[in-house]
Design a protein around this ligand. Sequence first.
Ligand code: PBG
Length: 343
Amino acid sequence: MPFNGGTKSFMAPAPGFPTTRMRRNRRTDWSRRLVAENRLSVDDLIWPVFVHSGDEARIPVPSMPGVVRHSVDAVVDAVGEAAALGIPMIAVFPVVDPSLKDDGGSNAVDPDNVVCRTVRAIKTAGIDIGVMCDAALDPFTSHGHDGLLHGDEILNDETLEVLVQQSLVQAAAGCDVISPSDMMDGRIGAIRAALDEAGHRQVQIMAYAAKYASGFYGPFRDAVGSASTLGKGSKSTYQMDPANGDEALREVALDLAEGADMVMVKPGMPYLDILHRVKTTFAVPTFVYQVSGEYAMLRGAAERGWIDGDRVMMESLLAFRRAGADGVLTYFAIEAAQRLKAG
Ligand code: PBG
């Protein structure tokens, strides 16, 4: 039987067609704009930048078309452009000269390493933008792991001591936000305590709280040069199992209890369910990382003309907002900001 029985009735019509026509609100541009539930703004974008210590201004990353490794000089210009577009924050990732890599990742705690020099250069230039730096050892270690390696084991507590020192040199260089991406237990508490004791009470922490052992990091490892050092090594003893969801909530709860100001889920698109659960469970500033492999997939398909690159870029970023992200780390940040500005 049709919903209304096709007859006049004083009874409330059964909900549904033809009384309810979902397409009515979608008919015109003004109406679609009016009923839109989520928006992407330039204020939601965090731009990850790669910096190397050489002189060459820009070295392309083959597996990430459109992404380059900047020299310190060149990155200051690029970050200036990001600030002019209104992007609130960048994230610095170093490409460390192989001659400086060792078992202990000692270059990570050198106040003159490429990360610290980059932060100082950006701050000296007076650019009004947040600067975030990773706490993790993988760009600096000869084995490509995020922590200290003993036999086959990644040592947790010993690694914390290095991460604390790394965070302190970065904060001293002027970094605004420390983002531990290593997934060691207890790192947020250790870093918070050390920052406070050193007088860096205002330095924020964005925890890579739920970071999965993912195949989607491949192009990033090419970019920073840890793909070759890591080889067939696996990060599954510290990064999360893609099978797990509840565990992500425990990770987030711990990082918040230890003092994280903001939390992050990573990767992005295959983990929208995790992002949504984190945001609805904790209602704290929640971020998501659209990682290198996601970027490479979208870019690669767009370059071949298989998908509309601009369109899927904006759609993917909006989807993160809908799932609960307050902001997105994305290699598309500059292009997305330009698109948003153009209207
Ligand atoms: C390392 C780190 C990784 C990324 C950010 N920090 C790679 C990894 O964990 O192996 C990945 C980012 C990306 O793929 O875009 N601590």
